[in-house]
Design a protein around this ligand. Structure first.
Ligand code: ADP
Length: 176
């Protein structure tokens, strides 16, 4: 099974991805986590990519492709944070066509509230008010067109609920 989870920054896709991957025995691949790890290890890729994600912009396609080729297994994974552009979706389709795309639907005011709260708790460096604004802009412009691109494979869920409620709704659908 090849799953993708999509949603705006703050939609809870990372949290939901971890839970679902465990429930369904899939490998959880978060490009955001991988970029942060590479940066922490001070690799060439990590330092170069940080110039972009540190400001809330997307990492250039060639660097992102290197990262994904290095980390994507042939099957049984849940992708979180990839694809984020039509270019990436096409690349994925050429190589590994996904089975389902889960989309977490969350209203803007909840997203903003969650990200600012996360900024206080976790202190992620790209969770400042200004960078959050930029990430929303990038999501609207570059990532939201994917909803149309994938329209036949989308499972749309209300993400403005308790974590366990969302998980409970999704598992039976995905296990079918
Ligand atoms: P968010 O919680 O905002 O969705 P992530 O942790 O998934 O953030 O990703 C953090 C940052 O890493 C993004 O804002 C972006 O700059 C970079 N990034 C992650 N995935 C990709 C990708 N597929 N293409 C380009 N940049 C990416």
């Amino acid at each position: 099974m090849k799953l993708i989870i999509l949603g705006a920054p703050g939609s809870g896709k990372g949290t939901q991805a971890k839970l679902l991957a465990k429930d369904l025995k899939l490998k959880h691949i978060s490009t955001g986590d991988l970029f942060r790890e590479e940066y922490k290890k001070e690799t060439k890729l990590g330092i170069e990519a940080h110039k972009y994600w540190g400001k809330g912009n997307l990492v250039p396609e060639d660097i992102t492709k290197d990262l994904i080729l290095k980390n994507l297994p042939k099957n049984n994974y849940l992708l979180d944070g990839y694809p984020r552009t039509i270019y990436q979706a096409k690349f994925l389709d050429e190589n590994f066509t996904p089975d389902f795309i889960i989309v977490l639907d969350v209203p803007y005011h909840t997203l903003k509230f969650r990200l600012l709260r996360r900024a206080e708790i976790e202190g992620r460096s790209d969770d400042t008010e200004e960078i959050i604004k930029e990430r929303f802009k990038v999501y609207r412009k570059q990532t939201s067109p994917l909803l149309k691109y994938y329209k036949d494979k989308i499972i749309l869920v209300d993400g403005d609920r308790k974590i366990e409620e969302i998980e409970k709704e999704l598992i039976p659908i995905l296990k079918k």
